[in-house]
Design a protein around this ligand. Structure first.
Ligand SMILES: [Zn+2]
Length: 609
C-alpha cells in the first residue's frame, strides 16, 4: 500500500475548509460561532449537527457523530482513509503521486474500469460530434434546438456512430475486458456467442453521472423516430448504474441547491438542460423511475425545499402526485410547479419565454394541499352534486393526513367557498377521516421499548445517571484542555495519572501520552486520526469540539480536576463501605474496624479537597 506523505496530508487539511466541504452535502446556517444543519448521519427534523470553522471539526449532538474533513468523507461515503484524502486533494487541486489501488479502497475502486471506460466512451462520442464529418448532422440538429457549445461541453453531449463495432474495438484496443464492459452496459453480447457489439448506435449521447460526477451510464436519443426503436435508449442497470439512486445533474447543481435552499425535480433529464439554458441551475431529474427513499434522503441533505415540476399532460399530473405523496411521507417539504395545457418545460419556455417560466411556473409553485385540490378537481364538474361530494371526500381524505391546524383551517375555508358545503359539514367529515386514520395507524403501531423501560426506571438509577453525566462532562472538558495544552498534560501526567474515572477516557489519556512523546506539540486532528478505535476517536473529537472560553480556562481546568478527584475519593469510600458491610456480615470485626478507620481518613481527605 502506498503511503501518502505526512506533509501532503497536512497541506490538504490546511487548504480544505470544512464548512465549504460539508456545505456541499447539507444545508448549513450560521449560528453564533458555528454552522448548523440537519445531520447527514441520522434522520432528524431539527438541526443538531454543528460545524466549527475555527476548529475544522463537526459534531452531532443527536447521534454523537464527529470528526474532521477527512473522517467526514470516510464516514459519509464509507471510503477508506487514503481514498478520502485523494478525494479532498482533487477538490483543492493538489496532485498526489499515488492513485488508490484496486482492492485497498472499497467498492468504488472495484468498478473503476467500468467508470473509466464510460469516460473514454463519452470523450469519444463528443469528439465525433464536435470534430468529425460524421457528427455534422447531429450537431446541426442540436444547434437548431438551442444547444450551443457551452451546453454541449457542460453536459458532455456526443454522437454515437451508426456502427456495430467502433466502440467495442476501441475498448478492446485500450485493454478493457469485454465481459466487464458488457456488464457495464456499454456493449452487448451477440446471440450466437461470437463476440460483442456496440449498444448505442446512431444516437445523440447524453452521459449520466453519479453524485461525484463519474460517468456511469448514457441516454441515447434518436434524431428522428424510427420504427421498432425507442426514441431514448438508456444504459441498463449495472453495478455502477442504479436508477433508483441516480439524480441526474446532482453533482453540477449541488452548490446552487445549497445556495438557494431549493431543488427543482424534473421528470426527465432534458428538462434539466432546458432549465439550465435559461440560467435555472438548481435542478435534478430522475432517470425514468419512481422517486425513491434514497433520492429523497440525498435531496433532504442539501435542500430545505423540494419543487416538483412535471409535464402538464395526464402522465405528468400522475407523476407529480406520486412524487409529492412520496416526499410528504418522508417529511420533505415539497411544492409543485404546474405546467399548463400538456406542455413540457421546453415547450413552455418556447411559447411563453424564460421570464414567464421563472416567475410564473418555478416562482409560484402550488403548496401540497392546493396541488391535491387541483388534482382532485381535474376530472370533475362542480356543477353536479355527485362530483362535489366526490371532490370534498378526496380532499378531506388528504387533509386528514396534514397535521397543521392552520393548513386545515385554510383548506376548509377555501372548500366552503368553492363548493358551498358548510364549514360544519366539512369539519365533521374531516374529524371522521382523522379518526379513521388514527385507528389505522394504531393497528400497526408498536410501543418503542425504550419508552416503556424509561417509565419504570427507579429513581436511584436516574440519580446515578445524572452523576455519570456530570462526571462525563468534567472528563470531556478536561480532555479538551489536555488536547490543546502540552504543559497541562505534563502536569497531570506526573501528579494525577489516574484522574479519569471512565476507562475509555483513561485509555485516551494513555494514548495521548504516547502522542505527546512522539510529536511534542498539540494537534488533535493528527491525534484523532492516529487512533484506530472509532469510539475512542469519537471521544477525542467530541472533546476537541467543546467550546472553551480563554478567560475562564484556568478556573475550568481546576474545577474539573477538583471534581474528578472528589469523585475518585467518593468512589473509594463507596467501595470501602461495601467491603465493611461484608466484613460485618461475616463477623470479621477486626477488618470492619480497620475499614472504618480508612473510611474516616478518606472522608477527611475529601473535605480537605
Ligand atoms: Zn447525527
Amino acid at each position: 500500500m502506498t503511503r501518502i506523505p505526512e506533509q501532503t496530508i497536512e497541506e490538504i487539511r490546511e487548504k480544505t475548509n470544512i464548512v465549504d466541504l460539508i456545505g456541499e452535502y447539507i444545508q448549513l446556517t450560521k449560528r453564533g460561532k458555528n454552522w448548523v444543519g440537519l445531520c447527514p448521519f441520522h434522520g432528524e427534523k431539527t438541526p443538531s449537527f454543528s460545524v466549527s470553522e475555527e476548529k475544522q471539526l463537526f459534531h452531532c449532538f443527536g447521534c454523537g457523530a464527529s470528526g474532521n474533513a477527512i473522517t467526514f468523507i470516510m464516514d459519509l461515503e464509507n471510503r477508506p482513509f487514503t481514498d478520502a484524502v485523494h478525494e479532498l486533494s482533487k477538490r483543492i487541486g493538489i496532485a498526489l503521486d499515488f492513485i488508490p489501488q484496486q482492492g485497498e479502497t472499497g467498492s468504488n475502486q472495484q468498478f473503476k474500469p467500468m467508470i473509466e471506460a464510460h469516460e473514454l466512451a463519452a470523450n469519444f462520442y463528443r469528439h465525433i460530434l464536435l470534430n468529425t464529418v460524421e457528427g455534422e448532422e447531429a450537431l446541426a440538429y442540436l444547434e437548431k434546438r438551442g444547444f450551443d457549445r457551452t451546453i454541449i461541453e457542460q453536459y458532455g453531449i456526443g454522437w454515437a456512430l451508426d456502427d456495430y463495432q467502433v466502440l467495442t474495438s476501441l475498448l478492446e484496443r485500450k485493454g478493457y475486458q469485454l465481459e466487464e464492459m458488457e456488464a457495464a452496459g456499454l456493449i452487448v453480447k451477440r446471440d450466437d456467442g461470437t463476440g460483442y457489439f456496440d449498444r448505442f448506435r446512431g444516437r445523440v449521447m447524453f452521459p449520466l453521472w453519479d453524485d461525484n460526477g463519474n460517468i456511469i451510464g448514457f441516454s441515447g436519443r434518436l434524431l428522428e423516430k424510427l420504427e421498432h426503436a425507442p426514441k431514448y435508449l438508456n444504459s441498463p442497470e449495472s453495478p455502477i448504474f442504479e436508477k433508483n439512486k441516480v439524480l441526474y445533474n446532482l453533482h453540477q447543481a449541488r452548490l446552487n441547491i445549497r445556495k438557494t435552499g431549493k431543488v427543482i425535480l424534473f421528470e426527465g433529464f432534458m428538462d434539466v438542460i432546458s432549465a439550465n439554458k435559461i440560467g435555472v441551475q438548481n435542478t435534478v431529474a430522475l432517470m425514468g423511475t419512481a422517486l425513491s427513499e434514497s433520492h429523497l434522503v440525498k435531496l433532504k441533505r442539501i435542500a430545505k425545499q423540494l419543487i416538483i415540476c412535471c409535464d402538464g399532460d395526464d402522465a405528468g399530473w400522475e407523476a407529480a402526485k406520486r412524487f409529492a405523496q412520496m416526499a410528504i411521507s418522508e417529511n420533505v417539504d415539497c411544492q409543485i410547479a404546474l405546467l399548463p395545457n400538456g406542455l413540457d418545460p421546453d415547450d413552455y419556455i418556447q411559447q411563453f419565454g424564460e421570464q414567464s417560466f421563472k416567475e410564473q411556473i418555478i416562482g409560484k409553485p402550488y403548496s401540497y394541499m392546493s396541488f391535491m385540490m387541483a388534482y382532485a378537481k381535474r376530472d370533475k364538474n362542480l356543477q353536479y352534486d355527485n362530483d362535489v361530494m366526490q371532490y370534498v371526500d378526496e380532499v378531506m381524505e388528504e387533509l386528514a393526513k396534514r397535521p397543521s391546524p392552520i393548513e386545515r383551517d385554510l383548506v376548509i375555508r377555501q372548500m366552503e367557498e368553492e363548493t358551498n358545503v358548510s364549514e360544519e359539514a366539512l369539519q365533521q367529515l374531516l374529524t371522521k377521516k382523522v379518526g379513521r386514520q388514527v385507528q389505522e395507524e394504531r393497528k400497526y403501531a408498536t410501543i418503542p421499548s425504550s419508552e416503556a423501560s424509561n417509565e419504570q426506571m427507579p429513581i436511584y438509577t436516574e440519580n446515578r445517571q445524572r452523576k455519570q453525566n456530570a462526571t462525563n462532562r468534567a472528563e470531556k472538558m478536561l480532555l479538551h484542555y489536555l488536547l490543546n495544552d502540552g504543559e497541562l498534560f505534563d502536569r497531570i501526567y506526573v501528579e494525577l495519572f489516574d484522574l479519569f474515572y471512565h476507562e475509555e477516557y483513561q485509555t485516551v489519556f494513555i494514548e495521548l501520552a504516547a502522542f505527546y512523546e512522539q510529536y511534542k506539540t498539540p494537534d488533535y486532528h493528527r491525534f484523532a486520526e492516529s487512533i484506530a478505535n472509532p469510539s475512542l476517536r469519537k471521544i477525542v473529537l467530541e472533546a476537541a469540539m467543546y467550546d472553551s472560553n480563554e478567560e475562564f480556562a484556568a478556573q475550568e481546568i481546576e474545577d474539573c480536576i477538583h471534581y474528578l478527584r472528589k469523585e475518585k475519593v467518593k468512589g473509594q469510600i463507596d467501595e470501602k463501605q461495601h467491603e465493611q458491610n461484608e466484613a460485618l456480615r461475616s463477623n470479621n470485626h477486626t477488618r470492619a474496624l480497620e475499614l472504618a478507620r480508612e473510611i474516616i481518613q478518606l472522608r477527611q481527605s475529601l473535605e480537605a479537597l
